[in-house]
Design a protein around this ligand. Structure first.
Ligand code: NCD
Length: 340
C-alpha cells in the first residue's frame, strides 16, 4: 500500500465510511457533499425549536487543544453538546503533558476512561495522524488543526459557506463550484486552513483557485496543488467571486518573512477601497482570528459582504455533521446519498 492509500485506509473504513477526519486530501467528492448536506440539516435544526439531538447520547468526546483556540474549540464543544455527548475539555497547560507525559501516554490514559472521540489541535503537523494510528478500535480522532498541515473541519465549513452563498442549499447548489474563482490571500505558507481549503475546493471542482501573497509567504511547489500564484493583489483579485483572507501567523514566523505588518497591509490588505473595485457580488471570508488593519480593515470585516461570522456559526453544524457521521446517526432530514 502506498502512502496516500495508507492515509485513506486510516480515515475510511472498508465500506468507505468516515472513521477519523484527519485531512480533506483524497476524500471522495460524495463524502464531502454528504457532510455538507447533513450540515444543512443540522443548521436548519439549530435555527428552529429543536436544537438538541440525541445522536451522541452516552458518548464521550474529549477536546485536547495544545494550541490556543476560540472558535474551533467552542464550536466543537457546542456541536458535541447539541448531539447530547458528554464533553471534556482537557486543560493542557494544567495536565500531565506539562509534566512530560508523551502524546501516546496521554491518549492511552484518556482512552481508559472510555472516550469515544478525541478532537485534537497540536502544533506538530501529523499529531492527529499519530493519534489515529495508535487509537483503540472504535475510538475516533478529529483533527482540529495540526501545525501547518491540515484543518479539515475549517475547510468543510468554508465549502459550506461558499455553497450556501453562491449555490444555495442542497445537491444542485454544489454545481456552483465549477463556476467560481476563489482567491486565498495572505500567509499561505503557515496556513493549514489554506491547504484544507485548496484540497476541498479542488475535490468539488472549483473552476480556478488563486493564491495571492508576497513570495516569502507562498510555499514552494504550491502550483502542484492546482492553484495559480499571484504576487500582486489587484491582478490576483481581478474577477474573483470569493476572497478568503488568512491571518498573518506571526507565532509561526521564525525569520523575516515580510517587511512589517504595515507594509503588508499597504500591499495585500483588503480595504474598503479595494473591495469596491471588485465584482459587487464577491464575498469576503476569513477563518479568524483577524488582525484588524493588517490583512483586513475592520470596516470590511464587519461590512455587508463579509461572511466571517456566518463561517463561525456554520462551524457548529458542520462539526455536528462530521461527529454524527462518525459516531451516531445522520440528521433525520438530510437528503440521502449513496454510501460507497
Ligand atoms: C485558524 C487556525 O487555527 O488554523 N483559525 C481557526 O481555526 N479558526 C487560522 C489562524 O489561526 O489564523
Amino acid at each position: 500500500m502506498n502512502a496516500p492509500q495508507r492515509k485513506q485506509s486510516l480515515q475510511l473504513d472498508a465500506h468507505g465510511r468516515l472513521r477519523h477526519l484527519l485531512t480533506l486530501e483524497g476524500l471522495p467528492r460524495e463524502l464531502l457533499l454528504q457532510v455538507l448536506d447533513e450540515a444543512e440539516a443540522h443548521d436548519k435544526a439549530l435555527r428552529g425549536q429543536r436544537k438538541k439531538q440525541d445522536a451522541l447520547l452516552g458518548r464521550t468526546v474529549i477536546n485536547l487543544f495544545f494550541e490556543p483556540s476560540t472558535r474551533t474549540r467552542t464550536t466543537f464543544e457546542l456541536a458535541a453538546t447539541r448531539l447530547s455527548a458528554d464533553v471534556l475539555n482537557l486543560q493542557v497547560a494544567a495536565s500531565s503533558t506539562s509534566k512530560g507525559e508523551t502524546l501516546f501516554d496521554t491518549l492511552k490514559t484518556l482512552e481508559a476512561m472510555q472516550a469515544d472521540m478525541f478532537v485534537i489541535r497540536h502544533e506538530s503537523s501529523g499529531a492527529a495522524h499519530f493519534f489515529a494510528e495508535h487509537a483503540a478500535p472504535g475510538v475516533a480522532i478529529l483533527n482540529a488543526g495540526d501545525g501547518r498541515h491540515a484543518h479539515p473541519t475549517q475547510g468543510l465549513l468554508d465549502l459550506f459557506t461558499i455553497r450556501r452563498y453562491k449555490g444555495g442549499a442542497g445537491e444542485s447548489g454544489s454545481d456552483c463550484f465549477a463556476k467560481l474563482t476563489v482567491a486565498i490571500v495572505g500567509d499561505v505558507l503557515h496556513s493549514r486552513v489554506a491547504r484544507s481549503d485548496i484540497h476541498g475546493l479542488r475535490i468539488l471542482g472549483t473552476r480556478e483557485i488563486r493564491v495571492i501573497a508576497p513570495p516569502t509567504l507562498i510555499p514552494a511547489g504550491i502550483e502542484d496543488m492546482g492553484v495559480k500564484v499571484f504576487h500582486d493583489l489587484e491582478r490576483g483579485l481581478d474577477g474573483v467571486d470569493v476572497i478568503m483572507l488568512l491571518r498573518l501567523q506571526k507565532e509561526r514566523m521564525l525569520g523575516a518573512f515580510l517587511p512589517s505588518p504595515g507594509e503588508f497591509h499597504r500591499d495585500f490588505g483588503l480595504t474598503r477601497a479595494r473591495l469596491a473595485r471588485l465584482k459587487p457580488e464577491a464575498i469576503v471570508m476569513h477563518p479568524g482570528p483577524i488582525n484588524r488593519g493588517v490583512e483586513i480593515e475592520g470596516d470590511v470585516a464587519y461590512g455587508p459582504r463579509s461572511l466571517i461570522l456566518q463561517q463561525v456559526s456554520h462551524g457548529i453544524a458542520v462539526r455536528m455533521a462530521v461527529m454524527s457521521m462518525i459516531l451516531g446517526r445522520p440528521a433525520e432530514s438530510a437528503p440521502r446519498r449513496s454510501r460507497r
